[in-house]
Design a binder for this molecule. Sequence first.
Ligand SMILES: CC(C)(COP(=O)(O)OP(=O)(O)OC[C@H]1O[C@@H](n2cnc3c(N)ncnc32)[C@H](O)[C@@H]1OP(=O)(O)O)[C@@H](O)C(=O)NCCC(=O)NCCS
Ligand SMILES: [Zn+2]
Length: 200
Amino acid sequence: MSIRNPTSECDGPCPLCGCDFVQSLRSDILRHARFCRRVQEGRETKLSDGCHIVSHRSPIHIQMLVQWAASMARFELNHDQPQFAARKDDADPDLTVAAIFVEQGRVKAMIVSRMMNCGGQVDILTEHHVVEQCPEVKRRAINMIWVLRKSRRLGVAKKLIKFLNDYCGSEVDELGHLMPITPEALQLLRSMGLKQIFVV
Ligand SMILES: CC(C)(COP(=O)(O)OP(=O)(O)OC[C@H]1O[C@@H](n2cnc3c(N)ncnc32)[C@H](O)[C@@H]1OP(=O)(O)O)[C@@H](O)C(=O)NCCC(=O)NCCS
Ligand SMILES: [Zn+2]
């Protein structure tokens, strides 16, 4: 029996999702089709439309939706680790609160936050984002916010931040953030009226 050389049958990465797949293998074609659709349209869910809070107390199949979105964000931003891994943890000392946004039976966006020590402040109106030291305070900090490409600039990220704050009793100007922050996230925070932010 001959062994296939995967590279010789691979048609290069899919321009839509970046996935390499072997065009002659039916199983790969099917797997790719599902993966590709998820990348473009979001992951399927039976949850109703709107925002949903998810924590490490939530059922694992719900946590897996956040994990999926976190892996999409990780892939897009080239991060080392996803910001949310599904696990049952009733104690969760970091008090992780995540939220997902669902539309037409698909997860389109997510936010992940944890209580973290924030000892820096950054002026986000200036071009160079120098971190100024400030007294360390434990704050609810956004670890990741991510919206499916097709769903951007429709107010989804703003909606998720407001939903998270309503649930946690926090205010947008009290939140902490992880550096580095992407230019579009800075634009989002500026659009919410912020001039400076707290950072971890
Ligand atoms: C950052 C991100 C979450 C914003 O999500 P979004 O749903 O598109 O944001 P909203 O639609 O709620 O934006 C609200 C406002 O923020 C500003 N804004 C958001 N994205 C912007 C962009 N790319 N360029 C300029 N302004 C932007 C605008 O003022 C916008 O209002 P407008 O569309 O009426 O002009 C999204 O671009 C994303 O997922 N990026 C990749 C992941 C990422 O960078 N995460 C942050 C890690 S630090
Ligand atoms: Zn694809």
